[in-house]
Ligand binder design. Structure first.
Ligand SMILES: [Zn+2]
Length: 551
């Protein structure tokens, strides 16, 4: 038996993880005109093969819906690839060699810019200017750390910015100093701007090239859609508008427009106008990013109770809410009423609670809505707040890579939380309470590899190649692999409002899919974090193809 209209593409003999409501697995799939026309056993799908159909023999390998990253910064990540890139330093060591290589190969760059260094590689998390001076004595150097909340600078950069022992700390940041007040080479938070404002702006051409690189990298990792977690008008938005207009934007992108902390409700009408003017092709800025607090490692995450001092004693520091909660109680309902999705960054339990309270205010004002608010990072959640995610219809947006014992956690975080360290990244508790758990990488803060992230979501420890087996981090919070996979497919598609057309492999949906290099669910084939991607398709068109895909 054959069908009247043969497929363009048929995949046979695999393990197709449909991620449909029943979480059905089957072996084959057929695509015509960008949409899935059959999903089922080989015998049934073979009927769709015609003379010009491309047929890929999967030989037992897994096909999943294209991965969707619910919180990522591809323009920033791509820009890092254009500059001094330290993120790929998997061994978490001091990156002197990488910096030296970049300096040597870029003799004409006026500034040495880049980043991705790992705080735990340096004593106290704060690298020193002398160490950078030895590699870059004659040009200013500015290298941000992996989470972007601090920068390592050399003496030349401090000199150009006029930062000396007499320079006061800015209100929103801190200059790391020696005991005599001399700047030692690390700038925290707002203090980074003292140097960054001197650097040349990213040009439109650089921003576009950064997005091209970022997009290519995400496609190589099986990612077909994402939510860009910070979109600003002169930065990311420029790149998306350019590539969406020229047809180069192959990924489906939801933009989260940045809420400026020093402004109020007046920016909401600008969001409405930007949404109208820049929704083009596969790009739609329908989300608004509300950065509620900082991070725990430098005590800027907002906590309900104070941080400890590392020796079991309480301090008087509860961190800082960066957005006024009283303002939020009117702004979030207003955004929700206009159809914008609130996308919160919340690390500390006070920031998580303030985010949930803001959505509660929206529900009271507007009733139920379909804006699908989500809270990214959710590092510390007070146990009383776990059930509120389902009750309020707030999705948890997890970055599973961070839920493991490693130096940043064990040295820079746990000693300052005390017993609350057990409230961290409670992914299984959220699932058990009925919350939608979507996932994202926060690349370039951490790796964008969804298989590595799923590995840690399931194992709560690093893959063997990242330093061997360590103690499991809060073993009760380990997720099942199927839920971790849902986090990067169906659940992130839901958060991205792309679930009508993507996120599962079902007849009628768009053929956005990833082909893995083995059977993901056969755990006899090695660690989840070692699984690779051999092909990525969007509407049936290959956007990445490894040499061993076949067909
Ligand atoms: Zn982020």
């Amino acid at each position: 038996m054959t069908v009247d209209h043969p497929a363009d593409l048929v995949l046979l003999g695999g393990s197709v993880a449909t991620m449909d409501a029943a979480r059905r697995f089957t072996s084959a799939l057929a695509v015509r005109s960008g949409r899935i026309v059959a999903v089922g056993p080989d015998a049934e799908v073979r009927a769709h093969i015609g003379p010009s159909t491309r047929v890929i023999e999967l030989r037992g390998r897994t096909v999943t819906p294209g991965f969707q990253d619910a919180h990522v910064h591809p323009v920033h990540g791509g820009m890092a690839k254009l500059r001094c890139e330290l993120h790929e330093d998997r061994l978490s060591g001091v990156p002197y060699d990488l910096v030296a290589a970049y300096v040597a190969s870029h003799p004409d760059e006026a500034w040495i810019r880049g980043g991705g260094w790992y705080m735990a590689a340096f004593e106290g998390g704060t690298p020193r200017r002398e160490d950078l001076d030895r590699i870059v004595p004659d040009r200013p150097a500015f290298l941000t750390n992996r989470d972007g909340h601090g920068a390592w600078v050399n003496s030349k950069a401090l000199e150009l910015a006029g930062i000396t022992a007499d320079t006061p700390d800015p209100a929103d940041g801190r200059i790391e100093r020696d005991p005599d007040g001399t700047p030692s080479g690390t700038l925290h938070e707002g203090a980074m701007a003292l140097v960054a404002r001197l650097m040349p702006d990213d040009t439109p051409a650089e921003l576009e090239e950064a997005l091209r690189l970022g997009q290519r990298y995400l496609h190589e990792l099986g990612i077909t859609a994402w939510q860009d977690a910070i979109v600003e008008p002169h930065m990311e938005e420029r790149a998306y508008v350019a590539l969406a207009s020229s047809g180069e934007l192959t990924g489906r992108v939801v933009g989260a427009m940045w809420w400026e902390h020093d402004r109020g409700a007046e920016q909401i009408e600008e969001f409405v106008e930007r949404r109208r003017a820049t929704t083009i092709g596969r790009y739609a800025p329908t989300s608004v990013k509300l950065m509620m607090d900082g991070v725990l490692e430098n005590y800027t995450g907002a906590m309900l109770e104070p941080y400890e001092d590392g020796h079991g004693r309480q301090t008087d520091n509860r961190g800082l809410l960066q957005i006024d909660p009283d303002g939020l109680a009117s702004w979030v309902p207003a955004l929700d009423a206009l159809g914008f999705q609130p996308h919160f960054h919340a690390i500390g339990d006070r920031a998580v609670r303030a985010s949930l309270d803001a959505v509660a205010a929206a529900r009271r004002a507007n009733g139920p809505s379909d804006t699908r608010p989500h809270i990214a990072h959710i590092q510390v959640i007070h146990p009383d707040d776990i059930t509120r995610f389902r009750e309020l219809g707030v999705a948890a947006n997890a970055q599973p890579l961070w839920a493991a014992h490693e130096a940043q956690m064990d040295v820079l975080t746990i000693p300052f939380l005390g017993e609350r360290w057990r409230w961290q990244y409670p992914f299984r508790a959220l699932r058990a309470a009925g919350a939608v758990v979507a996932m994202g990488s926060d690349w370039s803060v951490s790796s964008a590899n969804p298989l590595w992230e799923m590995h840690i979501a399931v194992e709560r420890k690093n893959p063997t190649w990242l330093g061997g087996a360590t103690e499991v981090f809060l073993p009760d919070e380990r997720l099942d692999l199927i839920d971790a996979l849902a986090g990067f497919t169906a659940a992130s598609a839901y958060v991205n409002h792309l679930d009508q057309d993507t996120g599962t492999l079902e007849v009628g949906k768009l053929a956005d899919l990833a082909v893995l290099d083995r059977d993901l669910f056969d755990r006899g084939t090695g660690e989840i974090g070692d699984v690779g991607v051999v092909g990525t398709f969007i509407e049936g068109e290959a956007v990445f193809e490894g040499s061993d895909l076949g067909g």
